[in-house]
Write a protein that binds this ligand. Structure first.
Ligand code: ARG
Length: 261
């Protein structure tokens, strides 16, 4: 009889321990390790560097912080050039990419494992406030367009140059430099992600405007981990599902005035 009671007690203890670990409470290994999130932080409202604190802030850092809290993970953010992000995962310089990155573009999905989509968007054309350009269709072979290196917009301006649709597609490391080129009249337009173009216009409608429709393929933004790191990817996906279910994700969209398409 006594033995039976002991077996029942043991079984109960095991079930309890399992429940604890399933909630993330018993997982001490992930509590200690600080995961490096790599990004390119000139992409407001998704990520930019706060001038006063020097910290990387925005929708992506807030979303990842909520996911990390849900999953008991610790994160540290590292800023680098956009075309260095996937190589950083491959060479273990970073554990996670979160950078408004479209998981459908090019061969990205062959080089990194992407999570569930957290935002959908297209590209837009920004032109000078006093420009006569009416949209991407109206661009002529004497014009120059700028975008960021390694991005969907960067690939598009390069392709337009190859096809002779524009004189030059200029690809730069930072979005801030693309805007500067537009401001200085070096280029006639900048191709940028819609929410990012809108954000720029909020404070720079004296310099630039948005013309035409959104274009390009519908982009699906997702975080990514090194190929094969399913354990981490599963945690991030679970965290994302949880913050979508508990309303945090929607609060963050509202905080940054963003709407997914
Ligand atoms: N959505 C575009 C892409 O995936 C641009 C992303 C740029 N992101 C950044 N943090 N600079 O290529």
């Amino acid at each position: 009889m006594k033995k039976k009671a002991l077996v029942v007690l043991l079984a109960m203890a095991m079930v309890f321990a399992f429940m604890l670990s399933a909630c993330g409470g018993g997982d001490s290994s992930s509590d200690e390790q600080v995961l490096k999130v790599v990004t390119e932080a000139t992409f407001a409202p998704f990520e930019w560097t706060d001038e006063e604190s020097g910290e990387i802030v925005g929708f992506d850092p807030d979303m990842m912080a909520a996911i990390a809290e849900d999953q008991g993970l610790k994160l540290e953010w590292v800023n680098m050039e956009f075309d260095s992000l996937i190589p950083a995962l491959e060479s273990d310089q970073g554990d996670i990419i979160c950078a408004g990155m479209n998981k459908l573009a090019g061969d990205r999905a062959d080089k990194a494992d992407f999570g569930d989509t957290y935002f959908k968007s297209r590209l837009m054309l920004l032109v000078a406030a006093d420009s006569d350009l009416t949209g991407l269709d109206a661009v002529t072979p004497d014009m120059k367009l700028a975008s960021q290196i390694g991005t969907t917009g960067g690939d598009m301006v390069k392709q337009m140059q190859e096809e002779g649709k524009i004189a030059e597609g200029i690809v730069l490391n930072q979005w801030t430099d693309c805007y500067l080129q537009l401001q200085n009249g070096e280029v006639q337009g900048v191709i940028v992600d819609k929410p990012v173009g809108y954000e720029y216009l909020m404070e720079h409608s004296d310099i630039a405007k948005y013309v035409g429709e959104g274009f390009g393929e519908m982009e699906e933004f997702a975080f990514a981990v090194k190929k094969g790191n399913t354990e981490l990817l599963d945690k991030l996906n679970t965290g994302l599902a949880n913050i979508k279910a508990n309303g945090t994700y929607d609060e963050l969209l509202a905080k940054y005035n963003m709407e997914s398409e």
